[in-house]
Design a protein around this ligand. Structure first.
Ligand SMILES: NC(=O)C1=CN([C@@H]2O[C@H](COP(=O)(O)OP(=O)(O)OC[C@H]3O[C@@H](n4cnc5c(N)ncnc54)[C@H](OP(=O)(O)O)[C@@H]3O)[C@@H](O)[C@H]2O)C=CC1
Ligand SMILES: N[C@@H](CC=O)C(=O)O
Length: 401
């Protein structure tokens, strides 16, 4: 099997190591590797195969194009060119799948080749293949997940080692976990894209990533961590989606997760995906969600599937986009923090609109934990408090488990 690799960074070099380490077991020939800045790669193995010219890749009569550049451009053009030339594609690029999954699957189908993307969701965890193949006999109705290694790493380091947000982000970047632009990680876009890919496959309807309710971790501060510890919780960037009565609800947001739950035990760059199938029940997948060899492992497995002619069908992306509800319409709890506030007035509104509350702090700021019948109730009381001018700065952090 002759392959061309686009990108020789974290994942590209992880894949090359895996191919070299497995030499003799499998016939995979690296024909050419595309990068931008040749100077950076002097002294690296396979230097003789490195090029900055995309045409060199397509002139090599390759069977598979492996795209590990990231982003939408020029990856989209390169992948389309491969598919239209009847070359299989393997990619780790969730940005592309979330935005153009429908178009790419259609082009692949028209050309009778495969596009595989195991590494695009949850790095090294084999979760798409079980979802596409092994769970065919199920209707999956919920996904609860940690889908971004960088943010999970940052939140773990802030919680366990009292690292500042910036120190932890720098470490995640040095370890190769973060995206080229880490805003995609910390603002939640990356996790939303991954949740949309998982939800599309799980519910066999296209869930568009921009319809997912989205909050990143940039507002999480030391006080949130203190409250989390007080409540026996951790803070995790959770991706959750549910399918009920032909409707989907989906969010990516930082959440207080009870210490007894599986998700609270998933730390650092590890990811977790918990699915519920109507036949099999709950299934949990946990493993490294980012990093060179872990992600390389998922890319390698896609190449082997093509080599062994295991080409599964993923038409879910070509279905109609389904409406996504962004607010939780069932019982829920949240931590509310008020700075510069009128305490009595706020509590009287909370009393009117919300079932139950506990005060956690009323010295330097007001912090209360509320239990409500739905998130609408919580949002409603926040609106009233703001409208009446009792507090401008209100932070809300959902609590689950
Ligand atoms: N890092 C991780 O843990 C994971 C990453 N992914 C995904 O894998 C993909 C690759 O990520 P990662 O390896 O971390 O990225 P890196 O930034 O480490 O590497 C990117 C590589 O692509 C090359 N490249 C970038 N743009 C171009 C271009 N326009 N033309 C030619 N070459 C280009 C870069 O070359 P140069 O150095 O010369 O600029 C570099 O070799 C992304 O889609 C990412 O989201 C998925 C799961 C986990
Ligand atoms: N930046 C991503 C890399 C893997 O998808 C992450 O941190 O999870």
């Amino acid at each position: 099997m002759r392959i061309g690799i686009l990108g020789y960074g974290t994942v590209g070099s992880g894949l090359v190591d895996l191919i070299d380490n497995n030499k003799g077991k499998r016939e995979i020939e690296i024909c050419s590797i595309l990068i931008r800045d040749i100077e950076k790669y002097k002294g690296k193995k396979h230097f003789e195969k490195i090029t900055t010219n995309i045409d060199d890749i397509f002139e090599q009569d390759i069977d598979i194009l492996v795209e590990l550049i990231g982003g939408l451009n020029p990856s989209l053009d390169y992948i389309k060119r491969a598919l239209n030339n009847k070359i299989h594609v393997v990619t780790a690029n969730k940005d592309l799948l979330a935005e153009y999954g429908d178009e790419l699957i259609n082009i692949a189908n028209d050309n009778e080749v495969s596009i595989k993307f195991e590494a695009s969701v949850a790095g090294g965890i084999p979760v798409l293949k079980p979802l596409i193949e092994s769970l065919e006999g199920n209707n999956v109705d919920s996904i609860n997940a940690i889908l971004n290694g960088t943010t999970n790493f940052i939140l773990s380091k802030m919680y366990d080692e009292n690292l500042s947000y910036n120190e932890a982000l720098k470490q995640a970047q040095d370890l190769g976990f973060a995206e080229a632009n880490p805003d995609a990680d910390v603002l939640g876009y990356d996790a939303a894209r991954k949740l949309s890919i998982l939800s599309t496959l799980a519910y066999d309807n296209r869930v568009y990533w921009k319809d997912v309710y989205l909050e990143g971790i940039t507002d999480i501060d030391e006080k949130d961590i203190e409250y989390a510890k007080k409540l026996n919780c951790k803070i995790k960037l959770i991706g959750q989606s549910k399918y009920r009565n032909e409707k989907v609800s989906a969010f990516v947001r930082p959440v207080l997760v009870g210490n007894e739950s599986i998700l609270s035990k998933v730390d650092n760059e590890f990811n977790a995906v918990i699915l519920n199938g109507d036949s099999v029940g709950e299934l949990s997948f946990i493993g490294k969600g980012a990093g060179k060899l872990a992600t390389g492992s998922a890319v390698y497995s896609d190449i082997i599937d093509i080599l062994d002619n295991r080409l599964s069908c993923v038409d879910s992306f070509t279905r109609d986009i389904i409406k996504v509800n962004q607010v939780i319409d069932s019982k829920c709890s949240a931590l509310l923090r008020f700075t510069d506030y009128k305490k009595d007035e706020i509590l009287s509104i909370i009393n009117e609109c919300i079932n139950k509350y506990d005060i956690l702090n009323e010295s330097d700021e007001l912090a209360i934990l509320v239990d409500a019948d739905s998130e609408y109730e919580i949002n409603n009381s926040i609106c009233v408090i703001k409208d009446k001018g009792y507090c401008d700065q209100i932070n809300k952090l959902l609590k689950i488990g």
